[in-house]
Design a protein around this ligand. Sequence first.
Ligand SMILES: [Cu+2]
Length: 317
Amino acid sequence: MRLSGLFLSASLGAAATIPRQADNGCADPAKRVEWRTLGADVQKQYIDAVLCLKTKPSGIGLNTTRYDDFPYVHSHLDKTKLAVHSVAMFLPWHRLFVQVYEDSLRDCGYTGPMAYWDWTLDAGDPTKAPVWDPITGFGGNGDPAIDVMDSNMKCLVDGPLKGFQVAYTMKGYEPHCLARDWNSGIAFPGDMLADSYNKEAVDKVAAQDNYKDFRYHLEGGPHGAIHSAVGGDMSPATSPNDPIFFLHHTQIDRLWTLWQMEKPETRTTDFGGPKTQNLSNPGEATLDDVMPYLNLVPDIKVSEVMKTQTSKLCYSY
Ligand SMILES: [Cu+2]
């Protein structure tokens, strides 16, 4: 997005009469990588950029920070009729959401690759995943002794995000410390619902041969299991409160992209399923459906983000 924007404005004068060509805006796609391959220096730069977002003003006119724009928008859409979960546009909506976050990290000085968390690599013992590292990662579980909100809000005790203040809960503006509450992680160390996002589970999702079923199983399976397993701020619709959200959703986008790339001819245009959360009359989604972002970025048609290497998006895995 960022690169294409610069490209367009820089070339506008000279190229105004040249007819638009299809997808020529991505000559050099940025490769996204797994978190543990970044190395300690780049990992620190990434987390420093996250902390920097908490010092920048809102880009959508709120009284809270740029970071808080993400949980705000994400949770407000589901409160309205513009649901972006349990509907067909779940995957394309989050694809662009993650891209906007990446652009914001870049505004805060991050120059490394966009990173994903491949939780299949940690399914043997998710509590030991490198993303939880107290020095180079996002810190681990919340402390059960710190339960400020009296409802699974167990704040972090270590790591660079210790004391990270987030602004929103499902009730609205309710500043609180970032919390995690690993599901079964204490009672059954190493479990954390890993059967729902190990390699076997992901292979089953990837074996679906149409978008409608693929989205359904990916969202309800591994995607939902990670939100539940991490718990705390990762459970409600304000889940972008936890920066791990974006590594999780980059992995979700990666699985969709890899699935699309298996049969790019058909799967980069394969889209469908429920248009709304109205169970009795959901309607059928189409590529022309417009995705709402509440001014985070201009609303955009699903069809514009079906591919990751175009003038709108420009990355690979
Ligand atoms: Cu979401």
